[in-house]
Structures are given as C-alpha cells and as structure tokens.
Design a protein around this ligand. Structure first.
Ligand code: ADP
Length: 441
C-alpha cells in the first residue's frame, strides 16, 4: 500500500484508519466520464500547491450519490490509493447509536486521527443516517443526531480548502440531507454514480474475472445482457457464485454457463427483495413512528447534551424508546414475530440496560462492590432483563394509549417516506399525546 502512517511520539493507534487499502481506478469499472472527476480529486492531493497558488478552491467534501452497491466505497478507496494517502472510514450509522454525546466525540476522534496522519481521505458511508435535515424523525433521539451533525459541520469547516484532509461521503438520498451540509466549503460537490449500463456491466464482470480462472471463450456480453438493473456488488457476486459452481463440479475453469446460472440465482434474490418491499415499508414506518411517539413522552431525553452520561431516569427513558419498535411489532403484528427491523434498537436497549445495572443505578444493586465476581454475572443479566421488561411494558402502554397518533404518523410516513419534526409535531397537536403515569421500577 502507498499509505504512510506518521506516528508522533507514542500516540495511540488510529482507530478509524483502514490499513492496506490498495485500490486503484483500474479496479473500478464502467465509470465512463465520472472517472475524470475523480482523477481531479486525486490531483487536489498530488498538486495541491498548484491549485492554491492559482487561487482555486479545493473542496472540503465530495458527495458520492447513488444506489447501494454501485461502487461508491470502492471509488473512495481508489482515490486514496491513487493519491497514496491514508484512508479513514466510518459508517454514519455508527454515529447515531447508543449514548448521547458518543456520536459527536466519534466524529471528533475521526478527524483528529485523519489530521494527525494527513494527507488523508475521510470516508463517511451512509451520510444520510446522520445528515438528515435536522428535525427529521428517525432512529434514536433527534437531539443526539443534532450534536453529531453539528460536530461534523465544525470538523468539515476546520479543513476548508486546504486539501490535506478531504472528506468523501456516500449517500443514496442527497435530497434529504441537511442544507447546512451541502453549503459551499462543505459537501459542495456532488458526483452521481448511476447503475451501470450494458457495457458497464460487461466491464465490471471482466474486472472481477481478472482474479479467477476463466475459460478463454467466456461470453461476457451474454451475461451482461441478462443482468439488466444489477449493480457492481451483484455482478461481483455472480463471479463468486460461478467460481463455487466450478469447484463443486471439480472443474478448473469458469464457463459462460456457470456465469449464466449464477446470474439467474442473483436475479431471483433481487426479485425476492423487490417483492418484499411494500410490506417492509409499512413495518419501517411503524418502527419509526413508535420511536417518535414514545420519545415525545420524554421531553427530557431530547435536551440532554452532556457527554456519554445519562441520568437514571433518562437512561430508563432511552431504553424505553429503543424498545418501542419491538413493542409496536408485538401490538401490530402479534407476538412471536421475529424481525430484523427492531433487532438493532433492541440491542441498544440491552446494552443500555446492562449499563444501568452495572452503573449501580438499579435499586437492587445500589452500592454493590465486586461486580465482576463470576456468580454476579448471571445476576446482572437477570436484573438487566427485569429493567428491560419494565421499560418494554412502559413502551407498550404508551403505544396503546396513543393508538390514534401512531396510526396517523404511520399513514403519513408510508405516504411521504419521511416527516419533518414540524410535520410530526403537527400530528401530535392534532391528535394529542397521552402520557401514562410511569410506574416506579
Ligand atoms: P457502495 O459503496 O456503492 O454501496 P461498494 O463500493 O461497497 O458499493 O461495492 C461493493 C463491491 O461491489 C465492491 O467492493 C466491488 O467488489 C463491487 N463493485 C461495485 N461497483 C463496482 C464497479 N464499478 N467496478 C468494480 N467492482 C464494483
């Protein structure tokens, strides 16, 4: 790899640095003219002085827009690889989880590392997860994302135009990004990466075939023409599945037939995903509405700004909000339904409940020393479970009492796919919000 890591004194190891990134533009196929734009970004690093001398502003951030799997991440790596600079990456969904303040401090640490090891590319995957217009309801407490977004804006401004740290972010929804993010000097350059056309698909297949034992007479065009609508990630997968097919048959070369069969399997998978989507949309809406409706009951939760710490009550409120999607799933679809939709938030709740107990906030364990004694572990989990059950019942109660509001928010979400904070509060005003008395734990 061409990346250099300069480590001053005994600095801790950079956490967000991806080592051994050795991607080149030749690994990314089917780009057409987009390649020129990316080559220019490389020049911002390699000829930075020239740009500065001529008074040409170097952008601080570049937005790669396009559907999943078209190669946005690969391209960001190729920019770092071609320029020979370090590559730092983080998924924006990592910003929005767990405790208030954690997201912002992660952003700060990320940029601190990138600066210490400059020149570098900072890659932020799924920027819309944190960069949604402020006030849009989604995920855990909106306030957390505001703090994170603010920190991101501050960090971006810190490097404006100097070309030592360039941020590349990916998103499939540039339309919902907070306007502050796309202001001049920040992500002021957008590059759209469309799904590949026929020739593009053929080129992508060929790039991935380079590392595989292909038969001489493979008809790439035939495979490209039956993979309409597929993206690079799916095409790469076709090559992998074809290789497994070859191995299974004990052959030594991948044939056109292997590829066509693999393409059919991939196509079926694609259709399944498509068919699932309207119902999934409803589920997603219920999930998001549930978190918002439960969170409205806890105005305190939205005002916490201090770092990494939650008071006893707000930690319970936080757990309750994180369990709202699971509770809504039970209320709307019945018990026993397993869904990946609430798996992540339920996980957040679980770890928060453990922190609650381990932090001595639970009455039962107040003032306990020697927490880590082996026979305590089980007891801690049991107590965490009790806390979760308590919060779960609380979430269910709130959702049941606010059925009308829930239905209204779900309907709006299904219709519009997202809501502004104002639109959400309009519905709250219209239908009112009923706050059940919290029982004491
Ligand atoms: P995105 O970031 O847009 O979701 P990725 O860059 O993660 O997509 O793509 C996933 C994988 O798919 C890549 O690692 C690569 O193997 C393959 N791929 C995607 N697009 C291309 C492309 N244009 N050329 C070659 N391979 C690609």
């Amino acid at each position: 790899s061409g990346a250099r890591v300069r480590r001053a004194h005994n600095k801790r190891l950079p956490q967000y640095l991806e080592r051994g990134v050795d991607v080149k533009f030749s690994d990314v196929a089917g780009l057409g003219k987009i390649r020129l734009e990316l080559e220019e970004i490389v020049k911002f690093f390699t000829h930075g002085e020239m740009y500065r001398r001529r008074g040409v502003k170097i952008p601080g951030g570049i937005l790669l827009c396009g559907p999943p799997g078209v190669g946005k991440t690969l391209l960001a790596k190729a920019v770092a690889g071609e320029a020979g600079v370090n590559f730092f990456s983080i998924s924006a969904s990592q910003f929005v989880e767990i405790y208030v303040g954690v997201g912002a401090s992660r952003v700060r640490a990320l940029y601190q590392e990138a600066k210490e090891n400059a020149p570098s590319v900072v890659f932020i995957d799924e920027l819309d997860a944190v960069g949604r217009e402020r006030g849009l309801i989604k995920g855990s407490g909106g306030q957390e994302r505001d703090a994170t977004l603010n920190q991101l804006l501050v960090s971006l401004d810190g490097f404006e135009g100097r070309g030592e740290v360039i941020t590349i972010a990916s998103t499939n929804r540039p339309d919902i990004l907070d306007p502050a993010l796309v202001r001049p000097g920040r992500f002021d350059r957008k590059i759209f990466i469309p799904k590949p056309g026929l020739i593009g698909r053929m080129e992508i297949l060929k790039v991935h075939a380079r590392k595989k034992p292909m038969a001489d007479d493979v008809d790439y065009m035939a495979v490209a023409s039956m993979t309409d609508g597929m993206v690079g990630a799916e095409l790469a997968n076709i090559i992998e599945v074809a290789a497994i097919n070859m191995m299974r048959d004990g052959r030594t070369e991948i044939t056109t037939d292997d590829l066509l069969q693999a393409a059919q399997i991939e196509e079926r998978g694609m259709l399944d995903r498509k068919e699932r989507s309207p119902e999934t949309w409803k589920q997603v809406a219920i999930n998001e509405a549930a978190m918002a409706v439960v969170a409205v009951n806890f105005p305190d939760l939205r005002n916490i700004e201090f770092e990494g710490m939650l008071s006893r009550q707000s930690l319970l409120d936080h757990i309750t909000v994180q369990l709202a999607p699971r509770a809504a799933d039970e209320l709307w679809y019945g018990e026993g339904q397993l869904s990946t939709i609430w798996a992540e938030t339920a996980d957040n709740a679980r770890s928060a409940a453990r922190s609650y107990v381990l932090g001595g906030l639970s009455e039962k364990h107040h003032g306990l020393s020697n927490f880590w004694a082996a026979d305590r572990i089980n007891e801690i989990d049991l107590e965490a479970l009790r806390v979760m059950n308590f919060c779960y019942d609380g979430a269910k109660e709130i959702l049941q009492q606010n059925r009308k509001l829930m239905d209204a928010v779900v309907d709006e979400l299904v219709r519009k796919k997202s809501l502004t904070k104002q639109e959400f509060f309009n519905l709250v005003e219209l239908h009112g919000v009923i706050k059940p008395m919290p029982p004491s734990i």
